[in-house]
Design a protein around this ligand. Sequence first.
Ligand code: PEP
Length: 270
Amino acid sequence: MVNRVPLLAGNWKMNKGPLEAENFVKDLASTIHDNESLSKAVKARIVEIGVFPPFVSLERAKKGIFISGIPMSLGAQNMHWEDNGAFTGEVSGEMLKEVGCKYVILGHSERRHIFREKNEMIGKKMKKALSIGLKSILCVGETLEERDGGITESVVEEQLEEAFRGLTGPLNQEGNVIIAYEPVWAIGTGRKASDEDAQRMCLFIRKFIGDKFGFTAAQNVRILYGGSVKPDNTKGLMSQADVDGALIGGASLDVESFLGIVKNTIDVLL
Ligand code: PEP
């Protein structure tokens, strides 16, 4: 029996500077602390809460987590594939590790579409993250046009193929890769994919991992859904067999709504 602990990952995007990040983490933690059953579940690591602040806020967020004593994971929203060098404006994986990151989001649709990141670049980042022990959250997902064109699966398959090109394994020995299915049309639009669609695509991704890296990798890999997740749509989503958590944008910026998602996830699990 595989136990994939759901990850609820708050992607703050370009929100919350250092002070606000530290205060937010402390507020989140103290609200958890004050609720006995919630605090017990989070401390028992029934779910994993992750926060993904902007680069400049990572250190203060880490401090807030440390002071609070409530388990929370820290991650960054992007990285470069080289360790250092003439790459103005970029940050390396080693730097993220040094500041205390466990995770890095790679290939978010905003990186792909606004900053023109190509599958090939994302593949290089994946390899680097794996090689230095930084766990990646690889985002894949189709645009509305691609969905309407009936090519959702082939788009996602190509994104996966390119991200894993040249990697033969072992994969997911220590949860080193997480995949987030994020249909682009659902991000920040208030239009969440149906639970059935989210399940279908997460299963599709699991099968891809199984074909490429074998049964154990497929059983162990955590696959998240992302796109307009809110407290009131969490239960249906988290009841799906192949959905192992959520990547949350807007609703992770507010303590009440982020915790609403955490609580509703715990309700489904207990
Ligand atoms: C995201 O940024 O990955 C995301 C899913 O955003 P939102 O929850 O706001 O749709």
